[in-house]
Design a protein. Structure first.
Length: 223
């Protein structure tokens, strides 16, 4: 089985509001100031290199952060420069897929999430393996399971994406070039579970065991 240990080699882009469930849960806020309309383009943010945490590592929570949101997602790893690609052949620019856990401090802003809530040290669990597009022919067929201390707390259904993996890549590459090693998250579901220091977070895709088990434990940062 072809699996590759993985850490990002470029920029990691997160995607908001790409789940129909998440969109529905927040739709009542979209017409409020300052935007006054639902977004027409993908809503992106960046997870900087200081956030990346290897599978199996401990992630420290500052004393001022009593709990964090778990953002289980599947991410595309770019394999070739992608600029203005078409959805019909977008997956040809993808080297593979990897599990990620986009941790964030709970917050209400969804159009432009503040860096200080999403980019704390260690706030992106990565891996453990990248698998090829041949092993995941259709990301929409996947479901992720999120367990906290062994208890199932969330299922993320990728058949409910607003934009499919191919369409998301096409829409993003319309206004920016993605380079080999860059990573683009497909988005997270609604009702993200919360976790605290002392909790172990396990994320898996039962339908694709080659992705492995992404596991991180939250600890309290030393004063």
């Amino acid at each position: 089985m072809n699996t590759t240990s993985f850490m990002p080699g470029g920029t990691v882009y997160g995607t908001l509001l790409n789940s129909q469930d998440e969109w529905g849960a927040l739709s009542s806020q979209m017409n409020q100031p300052p935007y006054k309309a639902p977004p027409k383009a993908p809503v992106l943010f960046i997870k900087t290199a200081n956030t990346w945490s290897e599978n199996g590592s401990a992630i420290a929570l500052p004393v001022r952060v009593p709990q964090v949101e778990i953002g289980a997602t599947l991410s595309m790893v770019i394999g070739a420069p992608a600029h203005a690609v078409r959805a019909q052949n977008a997956i040809a620019f993808v080297a593979g897929y990897v599990l990620m856990n986009d941790l964030s401090i709970p917050h209400a802003s969804f159009f432009r999430p503040p860096v200080k809530f999403k980019n704390l040290d260690g706030f992106l669990g990565v891996g453990p393996h990248m698998v090829t597009p041949q092993q995941i022919s259709d990301p929409a067929a996947l479901q992720l399971e999120v367990r906290i201390n062994g208890e199932l707390r969330q299922s993320v259904d990728f058949s409910r994406l607003v934009r499919s993996a191919a369409q998301l890549l096409a829409d993003v590459s319309e206004f920016m070039t993605l380079h080999p090693g860059d990573v683009l998250m497909l988005g997270c579901g609604a009702n993200r579970p919360l976790a605290r220091a002392g909790d172990r977070i396990d994320i898996s895709a039962p339908g694709v065991p080659a992705l492995g088990l992404l596991s991180n434990t939250l600890i309290q940062e030393a004063a």
